[in-house]
Design a protein around this ligand. Structure first.
Ligand SMILES: Nc1ncnc2c1ncn2[C@@H]1O[C@H](COP(=O)(O)OP(=O)(O)OP(=O)(O)O)[C@@H](O)[C@H]1O
Ligand SMILES: [Mg+2]
Length: 140
C-alpha cells in the first residue's frame, strides 16, 4: 500500500458517491496520487443503436457531465484529476477501466441512487469489492 499513484472514483451523483469523493481527495493528498473520476451511463449499446433518440442520449450525457463537474469542483488545486464518461454496465465498466488504466485503488460509495434501503452494499459496490484486483475502499 505504499505506492498509490492513481485512485479510481466511480461517481453516480449519490450521497454515497459524494462521500467517496471526499475520502479520495484526502487519500490523494496523503499519497500525492491522481484521481480518475468515472461516470457510467447505464445504457447498453444495443438500446442506443435500436431506439434511443438523440434527445434522450443528449440528456443522459448532460446529466453525467453535471455529476462529473460537481466532483471536479470539490478537488483542491494541486491534486491531479481527470474525468471520464463511459456507457454500459457500471460494475463491469468500473473493473475494465481500473485494469486498463492500472488504477492502484478504487474508492466508491456503499450505496448509490438505488431505492432499496437497508442493504449495506448496492449491487455495483458489491460486484466491484468481490471482483476487483486492486484494493477497494467503501466510503460510508
Ligand atoms: N452509473 C455509475 N457510474 C459510476 N459509479 C457508479 C454508478 N453506479 C454506482 N456507482 C458507484 O457505486 C457506488 C454504489 O452504488 P450502487 O449502485 O452499488 O448502490 P445502489 O444504487 O444503492 O444499489 P443498486 O444500483 O444495486 O440498486 C456509488 O456510490 C458509486 O460510487
Ligand atoms: Mg445504483
Amino acid at each position: 500500500m505504499d505506492n498509490i499513484k492513481t485512485i479510481l472514483v466511480p461517481v453516480d451523483g449519490s450521497e454515497g458517491s459524494d462521500k467517496a469523493v471526499e475520502f479520495a481527495i484526502k487519500l490523494a493528498q496523503v499519497y500525492q496520487a491522481k484521481i480518475d473520476f468515472l461516470y457510467i451511463a447505464n445504457i447498453n449499446q444495443l438500446a442506443i443503436n435500436a431506439c434511443l433518440s438523440d434527445a434522450i442520449l443528449d440528456a443522459v450525457t448532460k446529466a453525467g457531465d453535471a455529476i462529473l463537474d460537481r466532483a471536479l469542483a470539490k478537488v483542491p488545486q494541486g491534486i491531479k484529476v481527470e474525468a471520464f464518461s463511459e456507457t454500459g454496465s457500471p460494475s463491469v465498466t468500473i473493473l475494465e477501466f481500473a485494469e486498463e488504466n492500472k488504477n492502484d485503488m478504487i474508492a466508491m460509495g456503499s450505496r448509490g441512487l438505488g431505492v432499496v434501503k437497508g442493504v449495506l452494499l448496492g449491487s455495483v459496490s458489491q460486484y466491484v469489492v468481490e471482483n476487483a484486483k486492486c484494493p477497494v475502499v467503501i466510503a460510508k
